[in-house]
Design a protein around this ligand. Structure first.
Ligand code: P1T
Length: 390
């Protein structure tokens, strides 16, 4: 055991989120808040002779500020935004070609699984799935593997993958390692510092945190990859609107405060549920009984507001519980200020083939909670009354 210490929280995280690339002097009216630049096109002095921007898909001042901030928060040199998390994933598929193979962690967001298995496959890009242990990645590499894709903690069973170990393997075999950092954000985890080549995010979740923007991003320190991603961002065109970029820029300013509260509240609620007679098990990486607790402490600064529970019961019990909740809203998504609850087997992970779901224990009594920023006591009473109802 390595004691009860997680990695330290970055001291200047909020200062970066609030000030990075946001000097008022860069704007004509010295705006303190980054202006929303809505123009889709920019006047040229002569043909192909333009100041900085040419067309808003290729570059936009509001988006560029956001890209600089998210890059800096991930300790990356380069950052790019897309119109959704899956849009970021789709763009990264553009790094591959027909005949290439992706080795993906087996417990991955259902939409990512569907994108790889049902869409990339149409273009001749194969995907196979690996167990969470680093050794399993090495064992399952193929001669044509070009990308390893992991999510950690995983969605929805909250398993934790050893990023540094997988990075060692990916480097040895010259394979691009992509880590989806949506669940923790750079406030709690920095995959690039652990050896990942690219980090992807659904900014829709904690990074925006107000459930009013769908957006994605990827960040890297690799110059060659960065050039390719920038090219693909423009060539594939999956870009966000300047208005949405402004919303996310605003939200990032409170990311640290929000993550701290999500973390404290989720741990408190997880501890309460652990001893509830109607709960069979709680999967929360911040609890000492989590199978990857030691690894969690080694590679993160804490855990966010998302965790899952197995209730004692079946599909009907899960439905009853979810329909009885009053403060937790029954809805997909996570990471917002409001608490959400969902049933992955029929909602977020319904597109995962049933045999794969069974193997991963994404069963009808597995409920995923996203603990928001409401008062913890009211959330606990809500769970208490809903559990009574089953
Ligand atoms: O929804 P979108 O912004 O396209 O992001 C996709 C995505 C990518 N990665 C992870 C880890 C995710 O959880 C998601 C989206 N997830 C949900 C909508 C959900 O409820 O799990």
């Amino acid at each position: 055991m390595s004691g009860d210490h997680f990695l330290p929280i970055q001291e200047d995280f909020s200062t970066i989120a609030i000030h990075e690339a946001q000097e008022p002097e860069q704007w004509s009216c010295m705006e303190v808040v980054t202006p929303i630049s809505t123009s889709t096109t920019y006047k040229q002095r002569g043909p192909a002779d333009f100041k900085k921007y040419e067309y808003s898909r290729s570059g936009n001042p509001t988006r560029e500020v956001l890209e600089k901030v998210i890059a800096k928060l991930e300790d990356a040199k380069y950052g790019y935004c897309f119109s959704s998390g899956l849009g970021a994933n789709t763009t990264l598929l553009g790094l591959l070609k027909c005949g290439d193979h992706i080795l993906c962690i087996n417990d991955v967001y259902g939409g990512t699984n569907r994108l790889f298995s049902k869409v990339a496959s149409r273009f001749g890009i194969e995907t196979s799935f690996s167990e969470i242990e680093a050794e399993s990645f090495e064992k399952n590499l193929r001669p044509n593997t070009k990308m390893i894709w992991i999510e950690t903690p995983t969605n929805p069973t909250l398993q934790v993958c050893d990023i540094a170990k997988v990075a060692e393997i990916s480097k040895k075999h010259n394979v691009i390692l992509v880590v989806d950092n949506t669940f923790l954000t750079p406030y709690f985890q920095k995959p690039l510092t652990l050896g990942a080549d690219v980090v992807v995010h659904s900014l829709t979740k904690y990074m925006n945190g107000h459930s009013d923007v769908v957006m994605g991003a990827c960040m890297t320190n690799n110059e060659a990859l960065s050039k390719e991603i920038k090219f693909l961002q423009n060539a594939m065109g999956i870009v966000p609107s300047p208005f949405d970029c402004s919303q996310v820029l605003r939200s990032l300013k409170t990311l640290a405060l929000r993550m701290k509260q999500h973390s404290e509240s989720s741990l408190q609620i997880a501890k309460y549920l652990e001893s509830h007679p109607k709960v069979e098990g709680v999967i929360h990486p911040g609890l000492p009984n989590h199978p990857h607790y030691e690894l969690t402490k080694r590679q993160t600064s804490g855990h966010s507001g998302i965790f899952s529970i197995y209730i004692k019961g079946n599909l009907d019990s899960s439905k009853k519980l979810l329909q009885s909740l009053k403060k937790f809203t029954l809805a997909e998504s996570l990471g917002g200020y409001e608490s959400l609850a969902e049933l992955p087997s029929v909602m977020t992970h319904a597109s995962v083939p049933p045999e794969q779901r069974e193997k991963l224990r994404i069963t009808d009594n597995l409920i995923r909670l996203s603990v928001g920023l409401e008062d913890v006591k009211s959330l606990i009473s809500d769970l208490e009354q809903a559990l009574k109802a089953i």
